[in-house]
Write a protein that binds this ligand. Structure first.
Ligand code: UD1
Length: 364
């Protein structure tokens, strides 16, 4: 069968790779389509090199824009490609705008849609990713959940049992596959850091960086943490534009966005991570590194119940108090079931079995 795998933004690249590899190992023809949602070299090219991901077979070159513009441009470019390639299935991963746009085109073209990382719910409709997750799942035939909470959410929403598959976490497949190489990276040395001698921070969510007051409060809290431990902050382009006006407390060091291997190395040796990312909550859990998530909700609750993640919201006092507590008494490490490096294999087996003997899966 011919299967299109879609990637568009930074957090997609490490999710699509294990699925592509597993499909190709089983003889499927995979066409890698890059929508172009992320286009800076630091947000993209370095990931292809680090992950050994081949050059995209097709590049839609759609670029940034408002949500509607981005969605519309991806759809306009993806539809003729689907008509031309006539794939047997389209695989979309994660929750970015490209994920939803391509799922919508494929569903309307009557093509089997598989969503990898299905069933995650923050229940916060103000997050664009939550809208993308809900709509993408509804458009998909096969739903591959990374954790049992995802399965529970899908069941509660009335999906067919045949659609729902607990596959495990593809992002952790990629982490396992690259950890040794990442630990060999000279990222710590280059940034003058020692293992356990710093905290690693990331911030890019609109809810955290678009308001100068909220961004200022978060940076103030990170500045307090930095009195005990230097805070290293690789800067996403969205945040970089805002930081120019926000000002930076002492002890916070900005570095450019890191590549995949460097960023895993920085996480693995950090004493603590402060983040608003989704994937980093999972990687810190897999690595056993304490993580403070500066959000009010998480679509990845298993990282709270089984992993090293703690939700701290945006209250500077709570962030600083929790950071002090975690530095004194780090949470214990436990890796969730099926975060075992084989999620891509399980997904490929189910998808190819379905394509060999298709049954109608979408709820009517
Ligand atoms: C997107 C995803 C988010 C993910 C994040 C990871 C959506 C809704 N959001 O957010 O879930 O966590 O990627 O990085 O899809 N920009 C550049 N260069 C780039 C890409 C973006 O300068 O290569 C700038 C542009 O000014 C753009 C802004 O960043 O307008 C935001 O980019 P966009 O793709 O809209 O969303 P992200 O915030 O990156």
């Amino acid at each position: 069968p011919r299967i299109i795998c879609v990637a568009g933004a930074r957090p997609n690249f490490m999710k699509v790779k294990p699925v592509m590899d597993a499909l190709e190992a089983r003889g499927a023809e995979v066409v890698l389509v890059h929508t172009g949602q992320h286009y800076d070299a630091a947000m993209n090219d370095v990931f292809f090199t680090d992950l050994g991901l081949r050059k995209p077979d097709r590049h839609l070159g759609t670029g940034s824009g408002s949500h509607a513009e981005q969605t519309a441009r991806v759809m306009l470019a993806f539809e003729p490609l689907v008509d031309e390639l006539e794939p047997d299935a389209v695989v979309v991963v994660g929750d970015v705008t490209s994920t939803l746009a391509c799922a919508l085109v494929a569903a309307k073209a009557g093509i089997t849609v598989a969503h990898v990382e299905a069933g995650l719910r923050s229940r916060d409709w103000s997050m664009p990713e939550e809208v993308n997750r809900l709509a993408t799942d509804r458009l998909s035939d096969l739903l591959f959940a990374p954790s049992p909470d995802g399965v529970d959410n899908l069941r509660a929403e009335g999906y067919h049992e045949d659609q729902i598959h607990l596959a495990g976490n593809v992002m952790i497949d990629t982490l396992h596959a690259n950890l040794d190489r990442a630990l060999g990276s000279d990222a710590l040395h280059r940034h003058g850091l020692t293992p356990g001698g710093y905290a690693l921070a990331t911030l890019h969510r609109p809810a955290n960086v678009d308001s100068p007051e909220i961004l200022g409060a978060l940076l103030g809290a990170f500045g307090e943490v930095a009195k005990e431990l230097p805070v290293i902050l690789p800067v996403h382009p969205r945040t970089a534009a805002r930081l120019e006006t926000a000002g930076l407390p002492e002890g916070i060091r900005l570095i450019p966005p890191a590549g995949y291997l460097d960023f895993i190395a920085l996480q693995a040796s950090a004493r603590m991570v402060l983040t608003d990312s989704g994937g980093i909550q999972e990687e810190t859990t897999a690595l056993g590194v304490p993580c403070l998530t500066t959000r009010d909700s998480t679509e990845r609750p298993i990282t709270l119940t089984e992993g090293t993640n703690i939700l701290v919201g945006r209250d500077p006092e709570l962030i600083v108090a929790t950071a002090r507590r975690v530095l004194a008494d780090p949470p214990a490490k436990r890796a969730p079931a099926l975060w075992d490096g084989h999620a891509g294999d399980r997904i490929a087996d189910v998808l190819l079995a379905h394509l060999a003997a298709p049954v109608r899966l979408r709820p009517t």
